[in-house]
Design a protein around this ligand. Structure first.
Ligand code: ATR
Length: 256
């Protein structure tokens, strides 16, 4: 019997539990996976208790960066990216890993001729860093815009980016939402229809019925479904944490 969980806030929208449970059922594994809504102010004390009770964690907004100082070690990718979405626990030792960048790379693989495209990423947190790393690995330097300019400027220390202000965005073929906008009902994505309609692809990492997804659909702009990234990061994460080959079809069914 092994126990896994998602650490995030909020967790209500998350499809990770059904994706993992579907995989366990397919492989007939007596394992559990649940979503734990962690109060951001109590991350340190909550994690110090939970880490002794589980075999591994998925980590989502807003903890992808905040969790790093609480871990015993981090992988080479996490050192380069500065964000964690996976925590392995072996003999009581916690190791931070990142499979988000793999999810982003595979999800963007659906775009023809990606290497010639201009990409704009909104956000400068952990999800954004994984997307930037994925693009840098392909040789693309994305534009990045963020509500807090100082936080965006910090990205330049580790990753290759061009920071742009939200009031003067350069044209882009691909727009990626890597902020948490859309997690709460009523969230409105702060970029105009005019700008969105000039994009060729919109990729909202906050999957589901978000304001951005609704507007992209209405404007007739092609979308990369955030669930593609969810499944691909999940496959890599499942294999890292359980040691079993991930059942892709069952995981896709779990998020459908
Ligand atoms: P994580 O590290 O887990 O990805 P995070 O650090 O909380 O999570 O990052 C969330 C991102 O969403 C940040 O870029 C944040 O912008 P700030 O740096 O200005 O905080 C962005 N974000 C969250 N709510 C937002 C809002 N209402 N409008 C604009 N950006 C928002």
């Amino acid at each position: 019997m092994k126990k896994f969980a998602l650490l995030a806030h909020p967790t209500t929208h998350s499809l990770s539990p059904t994706m993992w449970q579907s995989a366990f059922k397919e492989l007939d594994l007596p394992y559990t996976y649940e979503a734990i809504d962690v109060d951001p102010v109590k991350l340190q004390e909550t994690f110090s208790i939970l880490k002794n009770k589980y075999n591994g964690f998925s980590v989502s907004i807003p903890f992808k960066e905040a969790i790093i100082p609480l871990l015993d070690s981090i992988s080479k990718e996490v050192q380069e990216i500065g964000a964690v979405n996976t925590i392995k626990i072996e003999k009581g030792r916690t190791t931070g890993e990142n499979t988000d960048w793999i999810g982003v790379t595979k999800a963007l693989g659906k775009i023809d001729d990606l290497l010639s495209k201009k990409v704009l990423i909104c956000g400068a947190g952990g999800a954004s860093k994984s997307a930037i790393y994925a693009l840098n690995t392909l040789g693309i330097i994305p534009y990045v815009t963020n509500r807090t300019k100082e936080k965006a400027k910090l990205l330049e220390k580790q990753l290759k980016v061009q920071i742009v202000p939200i009031y003067d965005l350069p044209e882009a073929h691909v727009l990626i939402n890597a902020t948490s906008i859309g997690l709460e009902k009523g969230d409105k994505f702060p970029i105009s229809d005019d700008y969105l309609s000039n994009c060729s692809y919109i990729f909202d990492m906050v999957y589901g019925d978000t304001n951005l997804n609704r507007r992209a659909k209405k404007l007739g702009v092609k979308r990369i479904d955030g669930r593609e990234m969810l499944v691909y990061q999940g496959i890599a994460q499942f294999e890292l944490l359980t040691g079993h080959k991930a059942p892709e079809e069952a995981m896709r069914k779990g998020v459908a």
